[in-house]
Design a protein around this ligand. Structure first.
Ligand code: SF4
Length: 399
């Protein structure tokens, strides 16, 4: 089992809070789509595994995720070309989850129909808020009404798996206004919701606005009330809270994100994309020109250097990664697997570090069962609000 992530680093304009790599040079999209196709063909063996007779084989691709940036800026013919290369060169499972991220104002009936027709079966809409003033402040391109319309167009085209992204703790936002956003999202009738607290990343316009005193960061206490409102309201509406920031109707968890949290290997293609093969991480250059030049050189000469960088994770780093990716999920940390993969000492260390949180009730230890003989460590409802501190306490550090 494996996944493929394809990064589309183009945005029509930059949002105030965003520090992801992306460019506004949409004219380069056709060339980029071809470069991506090249990379997919070239890196076919990245996900290769070996069977018991020592023969290499490619595991089934269970998820394909086209993210960005803004993948909905691609003309459907480019998306189709990329997916065609994926299907031709990789064993994509018949019921694979194929997601495309979209900006609501790019979603037209024709676009949604074209994507549905090429086998995309999940759309993730970057809505952030339904409040038009706040959307303008964030430099988003769409209105709240367009977000609702985008959901409708996707439904009409036949999509039965839609996700919305929301952000809370916007400058000046009240708990009541946030509640209004959550109600809108529920009314939209989507299957999946991701909600993140606004982060002030250094180097963004948002950071500068705060530093110059023109906006004020939302108080932590207000932000926690917003998170509490979100959890309560979505649970009442029938969503399962399956990861700190992610909620899904039963049967609609994001299979792609869940694979990241379960440590399943994935190949990431495109500028700034990351890959993981279970032991090492690899990442592509985050510069569009460098990426395109290197892929051109590869197409012409069959050779290219410095296409990506690689780092092999130490045992300690892999342990830390296991903590961060599993404690955050409803499934929690399987202590038996932890012991098997990292040794009894590492599992004992984890339990020692978890002890104060178990006492305070922010962590829970679910009793051993047949499949999981040492039990499961997971966040309690109270622990979800202080999850960063808990995870950091469980990590192994050099000192
Ligand atoms: S559309 Fe997404 S990737 Fe592009 S600038 Fe806005 S938040 Fe960042």
């Amino acid at each position: 089992m494996a996944g493929i992530y394809l990064h589309i680093p183009f945005c029509r304009r930059r949002c105030v809070y965003c520090d992801f790599y992306s460019t506004t040079r949409e004219g380069d999209i056709p060339r980029y789509a071809e470069a991506l196709a090249q990379e997919l063909m070239l890196r076919r063996n990245y996900l290769e595994e070996t069977d018991k007779n020592g023969n290499p084989y490619l595991p089934e691709i269970e998820t394909v995720y086209i993210g960005g940036g803004t993948p909905s800026l691609l003309h459907p013919e480019h998306t189709e070309r990329i997916l065609e290369v994926v299907r031709r060169h990789y064993p994509v499972s018949r019921n694979a989850e194929i997601t495309v991220e979209a900006n609501p104002d790019d979603v037209t009936e024709a676009w949604a129909q074209a994507l549905h027709g090429m086998g995309v079966n999940r759309i993730s809409l970057g809505v952030q808020t339904f409040d038009d003033d706040k959307l303008r402040f964030l430099c988003r391109r769409h209105t709240g009404h367009q977000a609702m319309e985008a959901v409708e167009q996707c439904r009409k085209a036949g999509f039965d798996n839609l996700s919305l992204d929301l952000i809370y703790g916007l400058p000046g936002q009240t708990v009541g206004e946030w509640e209004h956003d959550v109600e809108h999202a529920i009314a939209a009738g989507v299957e999946h919701l991701s909600a993140y607290a606004l982060i002030y990343e250094e180097g963004t316009a948002l950071w500068t606005l705060r530093e110059s005193g023109r906006i004020r960061e939302t108080d932590e206490e207000v932000s926690l009330r917003m998170f509490d409102t979100l959890i309560n309201r979505l649970e009442q509406a029938g969503f399962e809270h399956y990861e700190i920031s992610n909620f899904a109707r039963p049967g609609y968890t994001s299979r792609h994100n869940s694979s990241y949290w379960r440590g399943i290997p994935y190949l990431g293609c495109g500028a700034a994309a990351h890959s993981f093969d279970g032991e090492s991480r690899q990442w592509n250059t985050a510069d569009l020109d460098t990426y395109l030049e290197r892929m051109d050189c590869l197409a012409r000469t069959g050779k290219a250097t410095g296409l990506w960088e690689r780092e092999t994770l130490t045992k300690e780093e892999r342990y830390n990664e296991r903590i961060i990716t599993s404690v955050r999920t409803r499934d929690g940390l399987d202590l038996h697997r932890l012991k098997e993969d990292f040794g009894a000492e590492a599992a004992a260390y984890c339990l020692r570090m978890a002890a104060p949180h178990l006492q305070q009730g922010t962590l829970r230890l679910l009793p051993p069962a047949q499949q999981i003989p040492d039990g499961i460590l997971c966040l309690s409802r109270q622990g979800i609000f202080v999850s960063d501190g808990i995870m950091s306490d469980l990590l192994m550090t050099d000192d």
